[in-house]
Design a binder for this molecule. Structure first.
Ligand SMILES: Nc1ncnc2c1ncn2[C@@H]1O[C@H](COP(=O)(O)OP(=O)(O)OP(=O)(O)O)[C@@H](O)[C@H]1O
Length: 327
């Protein structure tokens, strides 16, 4: 059996992740599973821990991120250059878009059960987005990145004290709605130059551009309904030329993925993307503020090994096919 390491963000979901971790430990002990666990002590620590664990092991190992999408994002950036690592995730954050996109159960013990079922099997390989900026180390995303209005919202959400309060009331997702409404009246749109696989597009009065590897972002919004994390393509969404009121309508429709039918919402797929704007615009990666435009994005096809339910789905499909063959 591969060695298994857990990297736990005790501060995720404003401290509730610690209780989630306690449940996981109980189950691991009950099942006599040998493991090593590390707690993050500051922002960015998960990346350092993951990098250290990965480089100390030559053989194949599993690292399970326990926290929110921010924790997973940091662990990803720590292990990306270590092909001996298979990444897994137990949701313990307020958004958990990765688990939505990959059908990981929200219950931590059930998520652990899924991981346990899969850990001796061959992992899935998924695509990863690589962000390239001047004079900065490359940065990787697993869910999505965004520039503009949505990046300002996630910047404000992550700094907010109201987030703690809403999480305590189990209404963490409402924080995005709160800042969406707040920024709706103050945000200034700008012109974006977007190059997708060598073809340049100019969008005036642009609210935001997102680049997605899987459908969900912002705590359950289906921003890129057709995105598949292993199709060798990134899904680009541009929202522009909208009045503030209509933007609100578009945002409401994002929860069902119906925003793509608005004429002001443009969608593309691509592998190499360049995002430039009139002036530096906020950029997030997996909901974490990482800087400002301009930047390039490159899709690294089937780069990361992950343990997710997608494997189980494929197995189920195969079993279904076998059963059909018999009859
Ligand atoms: N010990 C710590 N103290 C303070 N912040 C930490 C600590 N460990 C990690 N962090 C930071 O906590 C932030 C939030 O983590 P994470 O995104 O995992 O949880 P969340 O915000 O509750 O969930 P979600 O992103 O799903 O909404 C990350 O930016 C991470 O860098």
């Amino acid at each position: 059996m591969k060695d298994i390491y857990f990297i736990v963000n005790p501060k995720a979901k404003n401290g509730q992740c610690l209780k989630i971790w306690q449940k996981i430990v109980e189950q691991l002990k009950k099942d006599h599973i040998h493991f090593l666990a590390f707690f993050t002590e500051y922002p960015g620590h998960a990346q350092t821990l993951a990098g250290r664990i990965a480089s100390k092991n030559r053989e194949d190992i599993i690292i399970v991120a326990v926290g929110g999408d921010g924790t997973l994002h940091e662990v990803l950036n720590g292990v990306i250059s270590h092909p001996n690592v298979t990444l897994a995730f137990i949701p313990g954050g307020s958004g958990n878009d990765f688990s939505r996109g990959f059908h990981i159960p929200t219950d931590p013990v059930e998520a652990l059960t899924v991981i346990r079922r899969l850990w001796n099997k061959e992992p899935d390989f998924i695509d990863i987005g690589r962000m390239i900026r001047n004079d900065q180390p490359d940065h990787f995303f697993i869910n999505n990145m965004g520039a503009g209005f949505d990046a300002v919202i996630s910047y404000e959400v992550n700094r907010s004290k109201i987030k703690a309060l809403l999480n305590k009331l189990s209404m963490g997702r409402l924080i995005y709605v709160y800042f969406l409404l707040k920024m709706l009246f103050t945000y200034k749109t700008s012109t974006f130059h977007l190059s997708i696989d060598g073809k340049t597009h100019i969008f005036e009065n642009t609210w935001f551009v997102t680049v997605s590897n899987q459908p969900f972002y912002g705590g359950g919004m289906k921003i890129a309904p057709r995105a598949e994390p292993d199709d060798g393509l990134l899904d680009i969404t541009v929202v522009h030329q909208l009045s503030r009121l209509k933007l609100l309508l578009v945002f409401i429709s994002v929860f069902w993925g119906n925003h793509i039918y608005f004429k002001e919402v443009k969608t593309f797929t691509g592998v190499d993307i360049v995002i430039q704007s009139q002036f530096p615009i906020y950029v997030h990666a997996d909901g974490e503020h990482i800087g400002y435009t301009p930047l390039k994005i490159h899709l690294q096809s089937k780069t990361l090994r992950v343990l997710t339910r997608r494997i189980m789905k494929e197995e189920a499909d195969l079993k279904g096919r076998d059963a059909n063959d018999i009859h």
